[in-house]
Write a protein that binds this ligand. Structure first.
Ligand code: NAD
Length: 704
């Protein structure tokens, strides 16, 4: 018997327990242990029934995903599950913790499932670009029906105990699931009724087989949200097989498709992002014994676009916020916007009227900064102007309590200069949220030169609490995300002058997988923001120009809000149409600059927009602004809509090959005469050595 699976007895019931901490991953020894235990207990005449459980935190959270794609040993999970299902004696699963993926599939092989309160069950494989590969797509529809199974499998969200019980994913809830399972197994044994194997239980399929319409409607709605991902479509197909194929054939097909998806670049990219998300908040030099400060009350300064959204994040998790503005009028406007956003959620059924009231009641407005004296964390989100920010931090130094964490939401400004306005620069850092701040997952945490580890740890922890993806970055102009975006923006303008149209550029970028192209995005966000910043700075600091965007703004064309920008927006429409006036403006500007326009293909557009970003990412790594390539990928996937299935810019670069990227950048630097396009030294070096950015991450992992 394997050490990772134990058998104990309670009368005539055998209790088989998985003992593979921390999450009872279904490693080879566990699979073999369960298989052998079943064989032994089937043959033992003194055993009337079996309870399958797990010790520690959870029944089983599934396979160890680090082992995906590596050779594994038999018995494979589908065989183990079938062994459980074919037992001649009742097997009851006693569940607790997060019973996910293979863990939940294992429980579906049992003849009943009893869960502790608070248990979560689900099949989240799709989030890693996969589908359930051990019978989940065939057994779940045979318990809860094919349409309900789609709704569980395709989004991949874990299901809470109450909902799982209602749907039938579990049969009962008990404070002591093992005792309840023992009782249940005894009863089943003494009743002696034939055991129902889930894979043979076709009754829940009958209705959907007779009328597919509702199933297909749900499938189409789910597919629409799949955004270029292959796995959701594969999951839908597999659930369809439960109705169309004999179960044994469907199980084989499910396994084959699962194995194919494991080897697919999309799943590799999604697995990379899964780990990158978890690693991005780990700080290499963080002392082990550092404890975050307690945050029970937050202050937000500014109730504009960002301040309002930031405040909502805290109210959403029950943390009270005091919001400071310059006037009652500005406060009223900010609160009205917050309430309007919550109302949209209520109207879409995402929250109740009571939730709305509860959240609004956590928000207090004030025009007096002194009201922040008892806040544990204060986030400044006023205009992007250094003088105002400096003034505010000077005031905060006097007002805030000594243990308060002082944060700025600046997009570009130097966090160290802001920190110097206080006598406690160790308590200052950047918390850079992304718009809309209540929706976007990314939180860049900008570590200043003097930021204390405890303060950094507090920001990371609060970031997790408000359900963001915290990524720790260093101080530089624009930090990681906006600095790389700038590299892209400089090229978008040049492409226009050289011959591309806004619609060609946008189509190339959405074709690559971004939800929006740069010009449509500019029109949405408002072209005037960048224009004002450029005017303030007296042009662009690095010689990059935005002549077209500036000219549009001079004409009063700020984007969607004025009905015109790079595109025309007919009354109320959010979809822009090309404008001949803009085409003329581009041609005239190019002529003035002596640029002969030419046809530019989609491939060049993509390369000229994405490769300079990658090169900038290499500089960011070289300077230590980002700790690892995966951090940059997390920033772009969670903050800027980089297609998840491409794994972020640095992962994508490795897939393309750094030598190719280097060569193309050199080519464009030469043909356009723009030296700024030359590849970064680190990119050059890695390409010479035949390495990828991933080699840097491996080096770091070895050193740790
Ligand atoms: P905004 O203009 O919408 O809001 C700023 C608010 O701050 C206004 O309501 C203003 O009345 C208030 N304010 C100004 N001075 C104040 C003071 N002394 N005390 C209290 N309130 C004051 O601006 P925004 O878009 O919310 O941007 C705020 C900050 O967030 C900026 O630093 C910006 O760079 C950054 N940021 C913006 C975005 C974005 O997409 N809008 C994204 C990330 C970061």
């Amino acid at each position: 018997m394997s050490d990772l699976v134990t058998i104990t007895r309670n009368g005539s019931i055998a209790i088989v327990s998985i003992e593979n901490p921390p999450v009872n991953a279904l490693a080879y020894e566990v699979r073999a242990g369960i298989f052998n235990a079943m064989e032994q207990l089937a043959a033992d005449a003194s055993v009337a029934g079996v309870v399958l459980t797990g010790s520690g935190r959870t029944f089983s959270a599934g396979a160890d995903i680090r082992e995906f794609g590596k050779p594994s040993q038999e018995p494979w999970l589908p065989v183990v599950i079938q062994k459980v299902e074919d037992m001649p004696k009742p097997v009851v699963a006693a569940l607790h913790g997060t019973v996910l993926g293979g863990g939940f599939e294992l429980s579906l092989g049992c003849h009943a499932r009893i869960a502790a309160p608070g248990t979560k069950v689900g099949l989240p494989e799709v989030k890693l670009g996969l589908m359930p590969g051990a019978g989940g797509t065939q057994r779940l529809p045979r318990i809860i029906g094919p349409e309900a199974a789609l709704k569980v499998i395709v989004p991949g969200e874990p299901v809470g105990t109450e909902a799982a019980l209602k749907m039938g994913m579990i049969d009962a809830v008990s404070d002591d699931p093992v005792a309840a399972a023992v009782e249940h197994a005894s009863r089943m044994a003494s009743e002696g009724k034939p055991l129902v194997k889930v894979r043979e239980n076709d009754a829940p399929l009958v209705a959907a087989k007779a009328d597919r319409s509702s199933f297909e409607e749900t499938a189409a709605a789910l597919l629409k949200k799949a955004k270029g991902l292959k796995a959701p479509a594969a999951c839908i197909d597999a659930v369809r097989w439960s109705m169309d194929l004999p179960v044994d054939e469907a199980l084989v097909k499910e396994r084959e498709t699962f194995m194919k998806l494991i080897d697919d670049d999309q799943s590799k990219a999604q697995r990379h992002i899964f780990f990158a998300e978890r690693e991005a908040a780990k700080v290499a030099d963080m002392p082990k014994d550092v404890k975050p400060r307690e945050v029970n009350k937050v202050g937000v300064i500014g109730a504009g676009t960002m301040g309002g959204g930031i405040s909502m994040n805290f109210a959403n998790v029950g943390i009270p916020v005091t919001i400071i503005e310059t006037s009652q009028e500005a406060l009223d406007r900010g609160f009205a916007t917050i309430e309007k956003n919550y109302r949209i959620s209520v109207s879409r059924g995402r929250m109740t009227e009571d939730d709305l009231k509860a959240r609004m009641s956590l928000l207090t407005g004030s025009t007096d900064m002194n009201d922040l004296a008892d806040a544990d964390m204060i986030i400044e989100a006023v205009f992007e102007e250094m003088d105002i920010k400096k003034q505010i931090f000077g005031d905060l130094d006097r007002i805030a309590k000594p243990t308060a964490v002082l944060a700025t939401n600046t997009s570009y400004l130097n966090v160290d200069d802001i920190a110097q306005m206080t006598k406690r620069p160790g308590s200052v850092l950047g918390t850079h949220f992304f718009s809309p701040a209540n929706v976007m997952k990314l939180l860049e945490i900008v570590r200043g030169a003097e930021t204390e580890p405890e303060v950094l740890a507090t920001a990371i922890e609060i970031g997790r609490r408000i359900r963001k993806v915290p990524v720790v970055v260093g101080v530089c102009f624009g930090f990681v995300g906006n600095r790389m975006l700038r590299a892209r923006s400089l090229e978008t303008e040049r492409l226009l002058l050289e011959g591309a149209t806004p619609q060609q550029v946008d189509a190339a970028i959405t074709g690559f997988g971004f939800p929006m192209g740069p010009f449509a995005m500019g029109d949405l966000a408002g072209l005037d923001i960048g224009w004002r910043i450029r005017k303030q700075m007296g042009g662009s600091a690095d010689g990059g120009s935005a002549d077209i965007a500036d000219a549009l703004c001079e004409m009063g064309r700020f984007g969607q809000k004025t009905g015109r920008g790079f595109y025309i927006y007919e009354q109320g429409s959010r979809a822009g149409t090309p404008d001949p006036e803009v085409a003329d403006l581009i041609e005239e500007t190019a002529a003035k600059k002596g640029i002969t326009r030419r046809q530019i293909g989609e491939e060049e557009i993509v390369e000229r927009l994405i490769y300079p970003m990658i090169s900038e990412g290499a500089k960011i790594l070289d300077e230590g602004i980002a700790q690892r390539p995966g951090d940059i990928d997390a920033v772009w996937v969670f903050g800027y809509g980089f297609p998840l299935w491409r794994g972020g810019p640095m992962f994508y670069a490795d897939q393309v090959g750094l030598a190719h990227i280097r060569d193309r950048l050199n080519h464009y630097a030469e043909t356009t005469g723009n030296k700024a396009l030359k590849p970064a030294p680190l990119l050059d070096r890695l390409a010479d050595e035949g390495l990828g950015f991933a080699s840097l991450a491996r080096k770091e992992a070895k050193a740790a």
